[in-house]
Design a protein. Structure first.
Length: 106
């Protein structure tokens, strides 16, 4: 869980899974509308490292090796405000695809 506080007093708790499945990387978002790639099996993903990107963003390295999304402070604030709506949309997409949040076992 990542807890992040902003100057206006708002504090958000964002799960590692949420941050991973909504990574702002091209690998997840695609290169345009409708090209998003549904992220499955990420229930147990963790954040291994957080690196600053200038003074405007941070970059996570996740336990599944994903490390290409740059999360601006504005993006994280927006995610905090819209977390419940975004999470329900994700769960709906998972159900429609017959996919699972559980990691696949080798």
């Amino acid at each position: 869980m990542l807890e992040i506080s902003f100057a206006d007093g708002k504090t958000f708790r964002l799960s590692c899974e949420f941050l991973r499945v909504y990574s702002p990387s091209a690998e997840v978002r695609g290169h345009g509308p409708g090209q998003e790639v549904l992220q499955v099996g990420k229930k147990e993903v963790e954040i291994n490292r957080i690196e600053p990107v200038g003074s405007y963003a941070i970059q996570f390295t996740f336990s599944d090796g994903h490390d290409t999304g740059i999360y601006s402070w504005d993006l994280l604030y927006d995610y905090g405000l819209r977390q419940e709506e975004m999470w329900q949309h994700y769960l709906k997409r998972m159900a429609e695809a017959g996919a699972s949040r559980e990691p696949q076992k080798p």
